[in-house]
Structure formats: structure tokens, C-alpha cells
Design a protein. Structure first.
Length: 209
């Protein structure tokens, strides 16, 4: 990996003072929060957003460079979306890679022998503090039958498909895939492959900024 250009675009941590904060709605997974924020010279503003625990997702590639996608119903958008295995960071203190490995096993009955960080992103930074890490997982083996997770609710009976990476890229560019981790993960995996996988970060890379 070559050293980063110091002039290259890079997000930075730059929090502004929060002079007041209230929880407008306490939800099952996330809360709706209203903060009064001091922007300095422009004065104070009130901003409402979803406070979210964060999540991880996994681009699992097999030896033929096929990516695993699962079809799951997502009620807010009333669609069944093709997505990579993913899940919330809902276990306190759980490392990101451990959470991703748990989701890969629970949703896809797979264990990965090699892991890398593929991409980090904020899902909707104007309205939510949700941050996600997308992992790349390879050297895949099945979870033994006796140890498999019982899937429930929207995860019950999820169809799975191994899609050639180039075909998945085409589906993204054609507008047929809409899940953000699928879009970002597929395009990032294709870009990383085109660069000989040289830019991949280790699985335990720090989350920046």
C-alpha cells in the first residue's frame, strides 16, 4: 500500500458544542434525538436525527469471485432487497469483525478464513449518526448443520444467490440493487480487485475519523 497523499480528500472529526439535547422518541433499535448545536459565528441551530448503534456488513467472495447476496424484505421501503449479510452492533463491546463473523454465520451459514476492511461509510449523515463497516471475507466454509442459527422474522427463508462480481457491478450500475451496503460493497470490491487488492486495510483497521 502506497502512502496516502496528504492533500487527498479525507473526512475529519470536527464536533461542534451541543448546548442542549433531548430524546424525542426512544425506539426499539434507535432513538430520535434533538440537539441544539453551537456553530460559532453562525449561531445555534436545532437538528433532529436518528441515534443508531451502528452496523456491519460482509462482502463474502468465493474462489470464483462470486459475491453472496441475500434477499430480505425491508418494510420502510416496501421492497425485497438483495443484500450482503449484515447486522446491528447490538452486543456491547463486541469488536466489529466479531460482529461481522457472527452475522455471516447466522445469516449465511458461513465461516471465513480471511478478513479485510473493505469500506466505511455513514448511511445518511444529514439525518442519522449510523456508521457502517463493510468487510471482505474469503476462504469460506459452511457452518456445521448442528450449529446453524435458526432464522426468524424477515430472515426466515431468505433466498441466497452467488452472483459473479462483474454481474453484481452491472446490477448496481443498472439501478437494480438499492441496499447501500450492497452498492458500496460491490463497487468497492470491484475497485479493490482492479487494483490487485493492494489497498485493502486489515480487518481491525481503526475507524476514522
Amino acid at each position: 500500500m502506497t502512502p496516502a497523499d496528504p492533500e487527498a480528500p479525507a473526512d475529519v472529526a470536527a464536533g461542534r458544542p451541543v448546548v442542549a439535547s433531548e430524546v424525542l422518541h426512544e425506539g426499539m433499535v434507535w432513538d430520535v434525538v434533538r440537539d441544539t448545536v453551537d456553530l460559532g459565528e453562525p449561531g445555534t441551530v436545532r437538528r433532529e436525527y436518528l441515534r443508531h448503534p451502528g452496523a456491519v456488513s460482509v462482502i463474502a467472495l468465493d474462489d470464483q469471485d462470486r459475491v453472496l447476496l441475500l434477499r430480505q424484505y425491508r418494510h420502510p421501503v416496501r421492497q425485497e432487497l438483495w443484500e450482503p449479510p449484515a447486522g446491528l452492533l447490538d452486543v456491547p463491546g463486541e469488536p466489529l469483525q466479531v460482529a461481522a463473523a457472527r452475522e455471516l454465520a447466522e445469516e449465511a451459514d458461513l465461516v471465513a478464513g480471511r478478513w479485510w476492511t473493505l469500506a466505511d461509510y455513514c448511511s445518511s449523515p444529514g439525518g442519522s449518526d449510523e456508521a457502517l463497516r463493510v468487510f471482505l471475507a474469503r476462504d469460506l466454509t459452511p457452518v456445521p448443520e448442528h450449529a446453524r442459527h435458526t432464522r426468524e422474522a424477515e430472515e426466515h427463508g431468505m433466498p441466497a444467490r452467488w452472483v459473479p462480481l462483474d454481474e453484481a457491478v452491472g446490477a448496481v450500475l443498472a439501478g437494480r440493487l438499492h441496499n447501500p451496503s450492497a452498492v458500496i460493497g460491490v463497487l468497492a470490491a470491484a475497485a479493490a480487485r482492479a487494483r490487485g487488492w493492494a489497498d485493502l486495510r486489515p480487518a481491525d483497521a481503526p475507524v476514522l475519523p
